[in-house]
Structure formats: C-alpha cells, structure tokens
Design a protein around this ligand. Structure first.
Ligand SMILES: [Fe+2]
Length: 230
C-alpha cells in the first residue's frame, strides 16, 4: 500500500465519525423541530385561537430576546416556551376551557393547573428542560402574587417573565368571539400600569421599544394582519 493510500485511509477514519456525528445531530435537530410542530398542531386542535396566538408569541419572543441581548441557546428555549406555553391546557376540561362566561373560583383553580401540566410533559424531553421551566412559571407575578409557586422578581426565570408580557399583550389586542380586542395604545398603557407588579419593568421597557415597529412584521410572519385581530 502506497503512502498516499495510507494517508487517505487515515483521513477517512477521522472524517467518518465526524460526518456520522454531524448526521446524527441534524437528525436530532429535525426530530426536535418536528416534535415541537406536532405538539403545536395538537394545541391547535384543542383550541383554534391558541394556535395563532402561540405562533405570534414565538415571533415576539425572538424579537424581545434579541432586543434584550439574550444568548442563542436561551433565545431558542424561549421560542419553544412561547410556542408551547399553554400546552398544559390540553389537560383542562373543555367545560372550563371553552366556558363563555366567567369561571367560578373552583373552575379557576383547575385552570391554574395548566402551567404544571405543561411543565410535567415538556420536561420529559432532554433538550427542553429549560423551556419547561419557562412554561412552569409563565403566570408568576413580578410582585410574587402569581402562580404556581408565588416566585417574585429575579426568582422567576427570565424566559417566563418575557412570555408573561407578550402573552398578556397578544391576549389584550386579539379579538375573541365574545369581545373585541383592545386598541394598541390601550394595551400598551395596561402593560405599563402593571409594570413592577404583574410584569418585569425591564421586559415591559424593552417590549415598549419594539412593539410598534415590529407589530406588522409579527402578524405578517404568522400569515395574518393586525387588522384581522385588532
Ligand atoms: Fe397560560
């Protein structure tokens, strides 16, 4: 065997595992993405409004995270959490989820279980542990008056603090069969009013900077226009 052949064989044996690892990583990535899309579709089947709402939240999440200078891996976890934040609602009975009137105290207690249900399922996937924590705490209040754990301030994972703001904003401006969405300025006023109590002031400040210029982009990215929803 010539020297050239030996060199080729040596480089082959180094390259082969590298290529194999890359192929496996790509396969893992596409499985991860497919899983998230499948879960999102199930969420869509359960409640049609939630589908677009969650997709817009993922779009907002990326923009807020970039504005706040989050690193790439936190940004990805936040995007997943935004998309699947209400996945636990699949465990809530339709009689409560679809109730056209105000919930009773007991019904509200059942509804408040959805972050834990979501966390319980999503944490089982090894790549989504951090995202599952963002999901678990997305209804905590900055002043400690939220649920499920009553965490306050920086005790609440930053991803949950971001989801909390964009979730409330999108819910406020979105029209529902039983009510019209709030105008943009009114929704922003309510966010600022609750800054420091329900919401993290730093997140509200950041969202305030990008909300107006990014509004149409977020709706365009989800295949809708704000005129349909607002
Ligand atoms: Fe929620």
């Amino acid at each position: 065997m010539g020297l050239r052949q030996l060199t080729l064989n040596a480089s082959d044996s180094v390259l082969a595992p590298t290529l194999r690892i890359k192929e496996l990583e790509e396969r893992m990535d596409s499985m991860h993405t497919a899983l998230i899309c499948a879960l999102n579709q199930l969420l869509d089947l359960k409640d049609l409004n939630t589908g677009f709402h969650s997709t817009r939240l993922a779009e907002w999440a990326v923009r807020v995270a970039q504005e706040m200078g989050m690193d790439e891996s936190s940004l990805h976890n936040l995007e997943v959490a935004a998309l699947l934040h209400d996945i636990g609602k699949m465990g809530i009975p339709d009689s409560i989820l679809q109730k056209p009137a105000r919930l009773t105290a007991d019904e509200y207690d059942v509804m408040k279980k959805h972050p834990e249900y979501g966390w319980g399922a999503i944490r089982l996937f090894p790549t989504m542990e951090r995202a599952s924590l963002f999901i678990l705490h997305h209804h905590e209040g900055y002043d400690g008056k939220g649920y499920p754990a009553g965490l306050r301030g920086s005790e609440i994972p930053v991803g949950s603090r971001i989801v909390s703001v964009i979730d409330s904003f999108d819910a406020m401006v979105s029209s529902r069969p039983y009510r019209k969405g709030l105008p943009f300025e009114e929704a922003m006023r309510r966010l600022k009013d609750a800054s420091g109590t329900q919401f993290d002031p730093a997140v509200v400040q950041c969202f305030t900077r990008i909300a107006r210029p990014e509004m149409e982009n977020v709706f365009a990215a989800t295949g809708t226009t704000s005129a349909v929803v607002i």
